[in-house]
Design a protein around this ligand. Sequence first.
Ligand code: PHE
Length: 341
Amino acid sequence: AVSAALTATAAASSLDDLKAVRTAHAGDKSPLALANREIGALPPTAKAEAGKRVGQARGRVGQALKERQAELEEERDQRILIDEAVDMTLVPHREPLGHRHPIELMGTRIADIMVGMGWEIAEGPEIEAEWFNFDALNFDVDHPARQMQDTFYVDPPSAGLVLRTHTSPIQARAMLERGAPLYVACIGRVFRTDELDATHMPAFHQVEGLAVDEGITMAHLKGTLDRLASELFGEGITTRLRPSYFPFTEPSAEMDLRCFVCRGTDPDCRACSGTGWIEWGGCGMVNQNVLRACGIDTDRFSGFAFGMGVDRALMFRTGVADMREMIEGDVRFDAQFGMEI
Ligand code: PHE
């Protein structure tokens, strides 16, 4: 019975195991407990000897159980230390950092260039009064751009509020607030009900420029835009002005950039559709009606204005072919250009 008890004790591999071994080999129903109880029935001569042997046996088993108990407790404590240890060298999981959006960086860059030429930066609301967006800019009441198919009207339409369709309302705001002479640029988001495709977005960005001063001519307009273009796209950039029409400028023009991909040599060019030129935006001499509506003395002052595409400038500068990538919110797209657009 003793050697069976010692073997079982040594074999116990957990504290639970050992508890079962103790019950079986040292408990009330164990062979040793039984032997202890039988001593009473022995003849008096044998009692002392038997008592001594059973006592020794119980002592040895009890001691073995005690030692094994201590060993198993020690093992358990070691395991807890290992399981609950913190590995200070493990590389932590971090959420990727966000990144400033390239359109925003492009806007900042354009603003820096304009400020470098001595211009001020103006801002205006994205939800704009129809009056500023259209009336002050000499749009007839029935001008097609006012129609629902181009313009997002704010409910109810009778409120006279629209999502600004261009940054030009800031021209009117700036003239009314600051008066002439005036050199202001505004970079902002504008909205039109265009379907989203590779080259159109219902929300996009423009940089508006407005200069009002004595003796301002078309040459100042061309010079300013050429300066902006070469700062943005490199000294070698070629531009051209093409006659156009806007209610708020007279004369009006579109400014195109010489295609940077094919330079007019590829009829299937993806950047310019084979025309050799990329349309950048509209411009012109501020219409006298607009100057008057905004309280400018037209005998003394004249002005020029332009509104160029910021998203287009970014596409042109970075070679991004599909505008939709710009608004998908994938930080990997945003970060690929770094912070220097
Ligand atoms: N606001 C015009 C547009 O969005 C661009 C423009 C601005 C044209 C200033 C002339 C002068 O198309």
